[in-house]
Write a protein that binds this ligand. Structure first.
Ligand SMILES: [Ca+2]
Ligand SMILES: [Ca+2]
Length: 199
């Protein structure tokens, strides 16, 4: 009996891996993965327990329909941050609307996340003309910190999400040197990665 149970769980493990792969294929191709359905039926038949799939968007979080990755550890230059986001099929964050700005601020606040983050904002093309490099649009929102962007010492061309120094912990935008080490936030509309839990 024990051997039988062990055999069932071994098969279950193998099929879980196959199932996860197939679901990722499904997400990318849009075709129905029959093997997942077959596998689920087999498990239901053998163990008498329901099988179901939990699809997450890890490591992205869904904030009101937008998908964001908030780097928790790795502090890097603006350029490295830009590349890191691209490797995830995403871009450094761009705040197109006050609604998005407020949603992200609220999310960070609610989750007790407090640090400095690169955005896609830069004025590398034309000094003083800050734009979202990820979407090619000028920064039009009034989200700058007091007196920013100030291009201090003439060397500040990348825009970080920082603090305005008051007790609300609300963030503001500040231009700073691009080789400063910062965490970063990526944004995408179609998270490429998915993890699957099968029971
Ligand atoms: Ca955005
Ligand atoms: Ca500045």
């Amino acid at each position: 009996m024990l051997a039988k149970i062990a055999l069932v769980f071994s098969a279950y493990g193998i099929f879980s891996v196959v199932g996860a792969y197939q679901v990722i294929q499904y997400l990318e191709n849009g075709s129905v993965p029959k093997i997942v359905t077959i596998f689920t039926l087999i498990i239901k038949f053998i163990l008498g327990v329901p099988g179901y799939l939990n699809i997450t968007i890890d490591p992205f979080v869904n904030i009101d329909g937008g998908f964001y990755y908030i780097e928790p550890e790795s502090k890097v230059s603006w350029f490295q941050a830009f590349e890191s986001c691209r490797r995830m099929n995403a871009y450094l964050i761009a705040f197109e609307t006050m609604e998005e700005w407020n949603l992200i601020n609220q999310y960070l606040w609610n989750h007790n996340i407090s640090d400095l983050y690169w955005t896609s904002g830069v004025d590398l093309a034309i000094e003083g003309k800050h734009g979202w490099f990820s979407i090619g649009e000028p920064i039009q929102l009034n989200i700058w910190g007091s007196g920013e962007p100030n291009n201090m010492d003439g060397v500040e061309h990348c825009d970080e999400l920082g603090y305005d120094g008051n007790s609300t912990n609300y963030k503001v935008l500040n231009d700073i040197q691009c080789d400063e080490q910062r965490l970063f936030i990526c944004e995408t509309h179609e998270p490429k990665t998915a993890s699957v839990v099968v029971f």
